[in-house]
Write a new protein. Structure first.
Length: 240
């Protein structure tokens, strides 16, 4: 939650981390985008997540799902599939998470939050999931994949060390929500751009880092300092 909120602040967004069921109907309409992350899922938290998604849909707010460790247990998988039925604007997971949602079955080899698959192994699953769910599907990894079920692009910015910092995936999903909030009519473009910008901040941060802890700090600084010229010069997004 710390990294997610600080990444959003660095990018110029304004996070509010709300999980109290009593507040959700009142607060969700005030947002520009809702982000639901099941990382620390409990039976008590799920009804609030479902309610928030429903409120967002009722007031036409975009919302984004991070299905953390979707294949790790039956409870988690069902929760993610139930949330997916509420049609998030975007779902972003790692290769294993997107493949578990596509297959609809628990992954016996799941390592939990970390992926055991390359993003490029999940392209067909992501495309099919986008078609069946109606959501934009993004798969993070060495190449970040984004698809609306027809188009597929790859965003190639980033450094492998990002995997050694917990919640970089959660944070890039939050950034996707912030970018979708800017123009909800272009969620595909917003998702690819957010992934590319986050990866670029990782590259710039890594040039000054000694390891994961300093990369975490430099990543936030780099995101805060990014300008349009740097993004246009170094963003590496292409059709797949
Ligand atoms: N091998 C890699 N090379 C470059 N960038 C990478 C690589 N692996 C992951 N990334 C980047 O790291 C970020 C997090 O992606 P990752 O796939 O690790 O998410 P995740 O598994 O959901 O992470 P978490 O659950 O810890 O939040 C993304 O911006 C992604 O592009
Ligand atoms: C490690 C971990 N466990 C639940 S959420 C989370 C953060 C990365 O997804
Ligand atoms: Mg994750």
């Amino acid at each position: 939650m710390d990294l997610v909120a600080n990444v959003l602040l660095s990018a110029g967004a304004s996070p509010a981390m709300i999980s109290c069921v009593e507040e959700i109907p009142e607060f969700t309409p005030k947002t520009h985008a809702l982000y639901i992350n099941v990382g620390t899922l409990t039976a008590d938290r799920l009804p609030g997540m479902m309610m928030a998604a429903q409120v967002a849909n009722d007031c036409n707010k975009p919302w984004v799902l991070d299905p953390v460790a979707a294949g790790a247990s039956g409870f988690r998988l069902r929760a993610c599939l139930d949330l997916l039925k509420l049609r998030p604007t975007v779902v972003r997971g790692n290769g294993s998470e997107i493949m578990a949602l596509f297959k609809g079955s628990v992954d016996e080899n799941s390592k939990g939050a970390d992926s055991t698959h390359e993003s490029t192994d999940a392209v067909a699953a992501a495309k099919s999931l986008a078609q069946s769910s109606g959501s934009i599907v993004a798969v993070s990894g060495a190449v970040d994949i984004v698809t609306d079920g027809q188009r597929v692009v790859g965003a190639k910015n980033g450094v492998a060390m990002l995997q050694k910092i917990t919640a970089t995936g959660c944070s890039v999903t939050a950034l996707i929500a912030a970018f979708v909030a800017i123009d909800p009519s272009q969620p595909f473009e917003a998702t690819a751009t957010a992934l590319s910008v986050f990866g670029l901040a990782g590259e710039i941060g890594m040039s000054k880092a000694n390891g994961p802890a300093s990369l975490r700090t430099n990543l936030i600084d780099a995101l805060h300092g990014l300008d349009r010229t740097t993004v246009l010069q170094h963003a590496n997004v292409s059709n797949i």
